[in-house]
Design a protein around this ligand. Structure first.
Ligand SMILES: [Zn+2]
Ligand SMILES: [Zn+2]
Length: 255
């Protein structure tokens, strides 16, 4: 069965991505209010009841802020590491909690989900590679540093969604307090355009058909800078690189 994917929105005000194979639809993160996520799902032609499971990367509000309410309202199972599960509300029903190991692949219906740990300032953060058994979609949206393990996991994918959080000069010259600048740029913060470019340059890209920049800071980055960084690393035309926006994410793509 074919694998396709869409973003409901990406950035520090809320993240959500949907991966579909056959009748299985996996949502990765939900940083939106209940009303907002419904509207965003409608925009991509989905109803909340069509989501088979929600996989969570880490507890930061822009990823997990809407997970519990959405999952509870529609009785959808939530997959997350034990460290991240500690941030679910205490009265969240245990029957909907699926604790995962950050190194062990699992399946949700027709979608294989391969989590991997990343350095980020959260309790037990992971990112994911999704597959239908044929094509692979790798997503990394919050990591401070590129590790060899991340490179190994993302190599050989058909589709990649890669964090391009900030342009380092824009961040350092911008309005953030010094402490926040250091947090964002630090080893457990977020990837800058140059880091993302180095990551892509280190990957095996022979099967790559989609390359999308994600989690762009609205204050400290510009889409054209992120696109230039990724296209330079991949050796492709800038017009071939997509951008996941905060407002609209990106439309369905066939992996
Ligand atoms: Zn984030
Ligand atoms: Zn985060």
């Amino acid at each position: 069965m074919a694998l396709r994917f869409t973003s409901l929105g990406s950035g520090s005000s809320g993240n959500g991505l949907v991966v579909e194979s056959g009748d299985t639809r996996v949502m990765m993160d939900c940083g939106f209010t209940l009303g907002d996520v419904k509207t965003r799902l409608e925009r991509v032609g989905l109803a909340p009841s069509q989501i088979s499971g929600v996989v969570v990367t880490h507890e930061h509000d822009d990823h997990m802020g809407g997970v519990a309410r959405f999952a509870l309202r529609y009785a959808i199972p939530v997959y997350l590491t034990r460290g991240t599960a500690q941030w679910l509300p205490p009265d969240f029903p245990a029957v909907l909690v699926k604790c995962i190991d950050s190194h062990t692949p699992f399946a949700i219906g027709a979608v294989s989900v391969d989590p991997f740990p990343v350095p980020h300032d959260a309790r037990e953060p992971v990112q994911y590679v999704f597959s239908d058994g044929a094509a692979r979609l790798g997503v990394v949206t919050d990591l401070g540093t590129v590790t060899q393990h991340v490179v190994d996991k993302l190599s050989g994918c058909e589709a990649l969604v890669i964090e391009c959080n900030h342009d380092l000069d824009m961040l350092m010259e911008g309005p953030y307090p010094v402490s926040l600048k250091h947090r964002v740029a630090g080893r457990f913060g977020h990837l800058c355009n140059a880091d993302a470019s180095r990551l892509v340059a280190a990957l095996e890209l022979s099967k790559l058909r989609h390359l999308i920049a994600a989690h762009l800071s609205q204050q400290n980055n510009k889409p054209e800078l992120a696109v230039r960084a990724l296209s330079g690393a991949a050796g492709c035309e800038p017009g071939w690189v997509g951008v996941a926006t905060q407002g609209d994410g990106f439309a369905w793509r066939d992996a």
